[in-house]
Design a protein around this ligand. Structure first.
Ligand SMILES: O=c1ccn([C@@H]2O[C@H](COP(=O)(O)O)[C@@H](O)[C@H]2O)c(=O)[nH]1
Length: 236
């Protein structure tokens, strides 16, 4: 298998939930995502445990604050030596530049973690933009503009849905990462997600990475489902 570009969202409460889940993947080299629930509950111990298992980590804390605060927080996060971290693009270019400065200052190895910016959450649609956030602009334009801002600030990519991945790659180049949640198999419940595609469609739409949570974690056979997602997204 090539290096995995499927990021499994470990949306669990406790370290032992994670241990039990990852036991099923012995011998696999995974890319996993640690989000707010798990990190706030277990702290850096969960990062240490997953790193000892040899998996790559996307620490998904979505920082969003004034530049000075984000810079200081990123300086701390850099010390965890994870592979990827993120901020909200709606914090603006100055805040995103500060995130990179903090990571550079805090890095413990020669390389800082990748830093990406969340554009429009995949749980949002045009109706929410128009009627709740008062952003009267096609959602795709908003995502592209925020991706341009992220690139201008020196970030490595964005979180968006696969539906916006191609336009971002067309405008900003293939090297600029599109990390895309909102992934479902055809038979799945979409739950709280609004902008969703299958893994095969995400591949066609040029997603750099897909983020997959409940489709795998809620499956009767997580390893088999992971392998199916892998085949559909990364298979030849
Ligand atoms: O726009 C976003 C940003 C982050 N997420 C995160 O991805 C996973 C998706 O989980 P599913 O169970 O596959 O829906 C979850 O951890 C979110 O916090 C996102 O969905 N959309």
């Amino acid at each position: 298998m090539n290096e995995s570009r499927i990021c499994i969202a470990l949306d669990f409460k406790t370290k032992s939930d994670v241990e039990n889940f990852l036991k099923q993947f012995e011998g696999e080299s995974l890319y996993v995502k640690v989000g707010m629930e798990l990190f706030y509950g277990e702290g850096i111990e969960i990062i240490k445990m997953i790193k000892e298992m040899g998996h790559k980590i996307f620490l998904d804390l979505k920082l969003h604050d004034i530049p000075n605060t984000v810079k200081s927080a990123m300086r701390q996060l850099a010390k965890l030596d994870v592979d990827m971290v993120n901020v909200h693009a709606s914090g603006g270019i100055e805040m995103m530049k500060a995130a990179i400065e903090g990571l550079e200052e805090g890095k413990t190895s020669g390389k800082r973690p990748l830093c990406i910016a969340v554009t429009c959450l995949t749980s949002l649609d045009q109706d929410v933009l128009d009627n709740q956030l008062l952003i009267h602009e096609p959602l795709e334009n908003v995502v592209l503009k925020w991706a341009e801002n992220a690139k201008a600030a020196g970030l490595d990519g964005v979180v968006c849905s696969p539906l916006e991945s191609k336009i971002i790659h067309d405008h900003l180049g293939k090297e600029f990462l599109t990390v895309t949640p909102g992934i479902r198999l055809a038979s799945d419940n979409v739950n709280d997600q609004k902008r969703v595609t299958t893994p095969a469609m995400a591949k066609e739409l040029t997603s750099s990475y897909i983020v997959v949570g409940r489709t795998i974690t809620g499956s009767q056979d997580p390893l088999a489902t992971y392998k199916k997602v892998y085949q559909d997204f990364q298979g030849e």
